[in-house]
Design a protein around this ligand. Structure first.
Ligand SMILES: [Zn+2]
Length: 115
């Protein structure tokens, strides 16, 4: 999976506050030595292929498909949920055995949430 450079948003798009809630809580955990120093805490982080549920089974294994990654957090000041980073990627549909109701995989990208 080829990942492009992420586009990062360092301030709340609503009020311009620059201290996201989960990122700050993660820093407190790191300060206590209970988290990996480089771990990026967030509300959510997902990555995977961009798919159409109806046509995905017909996409051949090894086919190049577009992918994505995003990181979200919550503004401590105004409560806005916003993307801290977005990234476009590309990769090939892999031969992983599908888990019913579970995530799909694309080579080099992690699992995504179902549908
Ligand atoms: Zn805000």
């Amino acid at each position: 999976m080829e990942l492009n450079k992420p586009k990062e948003f360092n301030k709340c798009p609503n009020c311009k506050h620059n201290e996201p809630f989960f990122k700050r809580l993660g820093e407190k955990l790191k300060a206590k030595g209970y988290a990996t120093p480089t771990y990026d805490f967030s509300l959510d982080m997902k990555m995977g292929p961009v798919i159409d549920e109806k046509t995905w089974p017909k996409v051949p294994y090894g086919a190049e498909v577009p992918g994505f990654m995003f990181v979200t957090d919550i503004c401590e000041n105004c409560g806005t949920v916003y993307a801290r980073a977005i990234m476009e990627a590309s990769g090939k549909k892999s031969l992983d055995i599908p888990i019913p109701g579970g995530p799909r995989r694309v080579t080099g990208l992690g699992p995504i949430g179902k549908g």
